[in-house]
Ligand binder design. Sequence first.
Ligand SMILES: Cc1cc2nc3c(=O)[nH]c(=O)nc-3n(C[C@H](O)[C@H](O)[C@H](O)COP(=O)(O)O)c2cc1C
Length: 221
Amino acid sequence: MDVAEAVATRRSIRAFRDTPVDLETIRRVLDQARMAPSGCNFQPWRATVLTGEPLKALQAKMLASAPQDPIEYSFSEPNASPTHLARLQNLGACMYGAMQVDRADKEGRDDFSRQNIVSFGAPVLLLCHFERFMGSPQWSDVGMWLQTIMLLLRGEGLDSCPQEWMSLYARLIKAEIGVPEEEQLLFCGIAIGHRDPDAPVNNFERPRVPLGEQVRFAGWE
Ligand SMILES: Cc1cc2nc3c(=O)[nH]c(=O)nc-3n(C[C@H](O)[C@H](O)[C@H](O)COP(=O)(O)O)c2cc1C
């Protein structure tokens, strides 16, 4: 698979098969992803990867708990911008539309959101955490590393879903995986596994802003 195909076929998968993923494959991907770029070559990313019993134990604890208060960090600031709120709402319309969950069915939507806790059935969960002193340039570096991982996973025939949702349970997760709360922030999870190709939630068209609204070009005739 070439890079363009990996980019084109990656999508956030929200219905996984329970087929296991072997450690060797995960290690190969993470080893290759070490070559992701980072400002000053800080390589600020860190992660803990779970499968099997440790993953089930963590999920059972999350299922028995409420999201934490105060939150780990806010990922909702752009909701205050009508442009960005509309993009979020459009995503919801496409995704829940594909699943035939009505806009008015708040309970149905909330139930599906809670599927984040079990990572939509993925057999592997990567938990991304890093030192609290990292600033926004380093958060951006971490994003490049995560995308590198997700594209390499495509090369292995695997699928993924990044999950900010995990930050809602950051303290519980860090206690469970032995990451010091005062030292590190839990950014997100990445659910990893094989997609269910027939699930409607894996097949809706993802809306994107036209290139002309995102990028300006200069200097060409
Ligand atoms: C950092 C990050 C966190 C995300 N967190 C979640 C999440 O918690 N739950 C979820 O279902 N999708 C999550 N997503 C997936 C986005 O909704 C998705 O990337 C976006 O709608 C574009 O769709 P696509 O990934 O299928 O191209 C996250 C994506 C990123 C990059």
